[in-house]
Ligand binder design. Structure first.
Ligand code: ATP
Ligand code: MG
Length: 235
């Protein structure tokens, strides 16, 4: 079953066309990554799905979404629990109930010892976990994750990738994931879309089978293929 269907989207910022007739879809439970050169419009696609930007034309049909922006937006003067509750406060949800749920999720994700800490006391990896938890708590069926691990060192990043897959087994979400790290995309995804042309008008699509994930040679070959496409697109 499809949880997202984008058809023939056109989008421009200040008269400059960025997305030209873009279509894509997402299956329930699927992990889809989007890769492409900087500035090609990846974040914009996610913002359109989240409803933060509006397309000039075309249609977007989708289930509820939870959006994790490119930069973590934890407020330094609020502790972790209050940061997690922020979207509920903004949306005027029942805070008592929200708090109960937030504490339950903090436990489930083994982060409850940090609930009273402030963002400045947390490592980059911890902050990203909290930011992800906040997205998960919105209960969107589709999670839109914009480079969630890009600011992390490689070891922390690999820990978080495994952590993410563990959590997704429990929560059964559908994911759109943006990254510049092709290894990360191959490790996590069921399918990868590589952005093509400027304005962006199509994707080259790769299905990631378990065979590819498990074979270093096949992964490397695919990575080089994808990099070649992206390099060809760089402006
Ligand atoms: N609010 C805005 N107003 C005007 N132009 C914008 C705005 N946001 C983004 N742009 C422009 O639109 C283009 C695409 O931006 P977008 O953030 O979608 O790129 P991206 O593919 O996510 O890049 P990156 O990989 O660097 O995050 C860029 O040229 C950017 O400068
Ligand atoms: Mg971006």
């Amino acid at each position: 079953m499809e949880v997202l269907n984008i058809k023939n989207i056109f989008f421009s910022y200040n008269e400059k066309l960025l997305l030209k007739n873009i279509s894509l879809s997402l299956e329930e439970g699927e992990f889809l990554s989007i890769v492409g050169s900087s500035g090609c419009g990846k974040s914009t696609i996610i913002k359109l799905i989240a409803g933060i930007e509006k397309a000039n034309s075309g249609t977007i049909e989708c289930k509820s979404t939870g959006y994790m922006p490119q930069r973590d937006l934890l407020l330094p003067w609020r502790n972790i629990l209050d940061n997690i509750l922020l979207p509920m406060e903004i949306n005027k949800k029942n805070l008592e109930e929200g708090k109960k749920k937030a504490l339950e999720y903090l436990k489930k994700l083994k982060l409850d010892e940090y609930k009273n800490a402030f963002p400045s006391e947390l490592s980059g990896g911890m902050k990203q976990r909290i930011s992800f938890l906040r997205t998960l708590l919105t209960e969107g069926e589709i999670l839109l994750l914009d480079e969630p691990f890009s600011a992390l060192d490689m070891i922390t990043k690999e820990q978080l990738q495994k952590w993410l897959l563990e959590i997704l087994k429990k929560f059964k979400k559908s994911i759109i994931f943006i990254t510049h790290d092709i290894n990360e995309a191959i490790f996590l995804s069921d399918r990868i879309l590589v952005c093509k042309n400027s304005p962006l008008d199509s994707f080259e699509e790769f299905k990631i089978t378990p065979n590819i994930k498990n074979s270093p040679e096949e992964s490397m070959e695919l990575k080089n293929k994808i990099l070649k496409i992206i390099k060809g697109e760089e402006r």
